[in-house]
Design a protein around this ligand. Structure first.
Ligand code: FAD
Length: 354
């Protein structure tokens, strides 16, 4: 079905956890609304402002489906979702998206998800297995704590009924709990999105070494990273003229205020982003533009911060192929392949544990 302008009404809302809610929608127009498991809808909130949510339910109920929404404090879409009640009208466009997997596909599927990213996969796996899919698939599912491993009980129940489905739910921190990763066969660890660049060099050494220690011989690492590029492009990305990154950085203080009852005044900090040519990394800081005393009751801290003092928010290291290859080899890997994009902006390396 092509995406269309649709009208629905809320049939029910439920809290799954304090941060995640489900919304049942009954589609009024078009009369014959169908979707493929894994697809999503988008809801408009103004000119050029839309939010997308995937269906969490399998496409077996005619003209009805369920969304599962992480209701982040402060977000436009989340605020809207929190206010929904049965009978409310909802306009949306959909269904959209090609993240689908059908029984006609001959490959053995391995699904990988993090926290709320599980939503489309739940629709796909429930649909496949509850409609007689006999082949095997695996799900590797990570969350920061058990409360974010939503639908874990459903997946375990599905796996008990359909032994072809292997479910690995993992709660942990990738810097501490690598030993919890499944080790069957010749596993591959995929570490993408250039998160490696947020680790300090000593942390990278420990982390890459720990991956190598936890992989059996023949296992591999697929590592994504950002490549060194002209400084003006990097500065523009980390200190944009509209101030979006600056607000993003200051939001860290708002989060401390909200979660740990701190009393930071975010507007009294300037966002600083500079290129460190020695470490080849962007260094992001908040610099106080006034003397202040800040209390963080949730952490039992009081801090005296002087005018001009800085709080480092993060580092984002950019790599060159020889340097990252050297780090991987020092950790015990042998680099097999390197890919980049047309502009040479990002890199992907496949490294094997001999
Ligand atoms: C294809 C697709 C499918 C998706 N499926 C799902 C799904 O099934 N379930 C799901 O939960 N999500 C899903 N998402 C994500 C979803 O679309 C929203 O991005 C998400 O719900 C957050 O939107 P929001 O409007 O609540 O937050 P936003 O308004 O986008 O804000 C995001 C966060 O930034 C903070 N923030 C916003 N503005 C500022 C600012 N100026 N300064 C500081 N902080 C700020 C907010 O507090 C919030 O925590 C999907 C996204 C895509 C693209």
């Amino acid at each position: 079905m092509k995406p269309r302008e649709c009208k629905a009404e809320v049939a029910a809302v439920r809290a799954v956890t304090p941060e995640i809610m489900e919304v049942d929608l009954r589609v009024l127009e078009p009369a014959e609304f169908t979707f493929d498991a894994g697809q999503w809808i988008s809801v408009p909130f103004g000119p050029k402002i839309v939010r997308a949510w995937s269906m969490v339910s399998p496409p077996t109920r005619r003209g009805a489906f369920t969304l599962s929404i992480d209701v982040a404090p402060g977000g436009i879409g989340s605020q809207w979702a929190r206010g929904l009640k049965p009978g409310d009208p909802v306009q949306f466009k959909g269904p959209t998206g090609g993240f689908v997997f059908t029984r006609a596909d001959p490959r053995r599927a391995v699904f990988v998800a993090e926290e709320i990213g599980i939503v489309p996969i739940r629709s796909i796996l429930s649909h496949l297995y509850e409609t007689g899919y006999g082949r095997s698939t695996a799900l590797i599912y990570w969350a920061r704590n058990p409360g974010w491993l939503v639908y874990d009980a459903d997946f375990r129940s599905l796996a008990r009924r359909y032994p072809g489905l292997q479910v690995h739910g993992i709660v942990g921190d990738f810097t501490l709990h690598l030993s919890r990763l499944p080790r069957d066969g010749a596993p591959m660890v995929a570490f993408l999105g250039s998160t490696i660049g947020n680790l300090y060099v000593e942390e990278r050494r420990t982390f890459l070494g720990a991956i190598a220690d936890n992989l059996p011989s023949g296992g591999s690492l697929l590592l994504g990273f950002d490549l060194v590029k002209p400084v003006d492009r990097l500065i523009a990305a980390y200190d944009d003229s509209k101030g979006v990154t600056a607000e993003f950085t200051r939001n860290m203080l708002r989060v401390l205020n909200r979660e740990l009852h701190a009393d930071f005044l975010p507007e009294t900090f300037d966002h600083i982003a500079f290129w460190d040519p020695v470490q080849e990394r962007m260094d992001l800081r908040l610099r106080a533009n006034d003397d202040q005393v800040v209390h963080i009751p949730g952490a039992g801290l009081s801090l005296e911060i002087h005018d001009g003092e800085e709080i480092r928010v993060e580092v984002c290291t950019k790599f060159r192929v020889p340097s990252i290859t050297g780090e991987l080899e020092d950790a015990g890997f042998s680099v097999r392949q390197f890919w980049t994009d047309d502009r040479g902006d990002v890199g992907l390396i496949l490294a094997k544990k001999p």
